[in-house]
Design a protein around this ligand. Structure first.
Ligand SMILES: Cc1cc2nc3c(=O)[nH]c(=O)nc-3n(C[C@H](O)[C@H](O)[C@H](O)COP(=O)(O)OP(=O)(O)OC[C@H]3O[C@@H](n4cnc5c(N)ncnc54)[C@H](O)[C@@H]3O)c2cc1C
Length: 387
């Protein structure tokens, strides 16, 4: 059996669904094939801790966050305002948090996905179809009813990156892309292992707030969480691309406080108090920060302690495994794509989303770039199909 839709979309994540939406609205008959039993699994997971749809920034700022200047025309076409309007069109009012992050009022992804799928009613969505590659424009699938071939006029590949494989993003498509130049996948927005002493066990899950992470000349304030195996959370993710390549990091446990003033406070006589009680009283640092101070080695005198509060070594051993990462770096290199996101080695085949070689910190950039590239590729595929 050979199916012949105008446009085939492979992958039912946000990039694939966005491509399907736009191609179908342009009048193309669209078949979307997803390998899992349902679409949008990672998107639903993204909504578990608050679906951060976009960032209240200009298109150029979003492009800079993605580190991929070639995305500029695509994100100028579909920017943070467009993302807000799109969500509102699906009945999802949004609000902007204090950090500029934009969330749907419902916070979750499920109401948005439900409304999105209703809008995608004209699209033929098939699940449990695993893409096995394409030969000369004919795409091969392994499906519950056996091998199926699809020969569309145009196709959009949107099979995601290589993290959270249980949700479908297994990155195995890389082996089926022939000689295409693909930057190796690496974890992005991930935690790191730290060889904690047994004393840190009681802080597992504890947030470390109002702290600055220092890496070379870069310093950023925020918060992170102590995990059983190391550290994770927004501040770590925000600097994970830097830390991945050179994990030398330190913490300013009292940002905004002056070194000399801290030293003076710590040097006050402590009488019969334990050092921990003394430090807690004179510095106001919570137990988790005092534990981090001690993790870095013996405390020394007042001047050494004050210096350590301002630059406490954080000994990161390695990134957590890629499969736990929120996203990945790497993917199909920009040189393989034309302006319409068509793979020049495979005319009529377009690609979008995390399959492509860009990387962004958390903050809504990921979904914005996935949906923007999905829409761009979907529109171009529909145009190609009409030729
Ligand atoms: C815990 C977590 C929280 C997150 N929170 C946010 C957030 O708040 N804001 C944000 O911007 N981003 C967030 N993200 C990131 C965001 O979810 C991803 O960047 C986004 O889902 C990537 O979209 P995509 O369509 O490119 O790929 P994916 O969502 O990975 O979808 C790819 C799809 O392709 C399918 N597929 C793969 N191979 C095949 C094949 N051979 N045949 C058929 N189908 C195939 C997969 O099953 C999958 O459904 C989060 C991610 C995680 C894990």
């Amino acid at each position: 059996m050979v199916l012949t839709p105008d446009v085939l979309i492979v992958g039912g994540g946000p990039a694939g669904l966005a491509a399907a939406e736009v191609a179908s609205a342009a009048g193309a008959s669209v078949l979307l094939a997803e390998q899992k039993p349902s679409v949008g699994r990672k998107f639903l997971m993204a909504g578990k801790s608050g679906l951060n749809l976009t960032k209240d920034e200009s298109a150029d700022q979003i492009v800079a966050a993605c580190g991929a200047p070639w995305l500029a025309p695509i994100l100028r076409d579909f920017d943070a305002d467009a993302m807000r309007e799109w969500a509102a069109g699906l009945g999802q009012e949004v609000f902007t948090g204090s950090s500029g992050r934009v969330f749907p009022v419902a916070m979750k992804a499920s109401p948005l996905l439900r409304a999105w799928l209703a809008r995608l009613a004209p699209v033929d969505i098939t699940v449990r179809w695993r893409w096995l590659g394409q030969d000369d424009g004919t795409h091969r699938f392994d499906t519950p009813r056996g091998a199926v071939a699809v020969r569309p006029r145009a196709s959009v590949l949107a099979m995601g990156g290589a993290s959270w494989s249980r949700l479908g993003s297994d990155g195995l498509w890389v082996e089926r892309m022939g000689d295409l130049a693909i930057a190796p996948f690496r974890p992005a927005n991930m935690g790191f292992d730290v060889d904690w002493s047994p004393h840190m066990a009681r802080f597992s899950g504890t947030p470390v707030k109002d702290v600055a992470l220092i890496h070379g000349d870069t310093q950023r304030q925020g918060e992170f969480v102590i995990s059983k195996t190391g550290v994770e959370g927004s501040l770590i993710y925000a600097m994970s691309a830097l830390l991945r390549d050179a994990p030398d990091a330190a913490l300013d446990l009292a940002p905004g406080r002056d070194l000399a003033a801290l030293e003076q406070a710590i040097a006050k006589p402590r009488g019969k108090q334990s050092m921990s009680n003394h430090l807690r009283k004179v510095t106001g640092l919570p137990p988790v920060k005092l534990a981090l101070l001690r993790e870095a080695g013996p405390l020394g005198d007042a001047s050494a302690i004050a210096a350590r509060i301002k630059a406490c070594p954080l000994r990161l051993i390695r990134p957590r495994p890629m499969d736990e990462a929120i996203s990945v770096a790497g993917g199909i290199k920009a040189g393989e794509l034309d302006d319409a996101l068509m793979l020049t080695a495979y005319p009529s085949t377009f690609a979008a989303g995390e399959m492509l070689d860009w990387e962004a910190p958390t903050g809504g950039y990921l979904l914005t770039a996935c949906i923007a590239t999905g829409r761009h590729a979907g529109a171009a595929a529909a145009r190609w199909a009409r030729r």
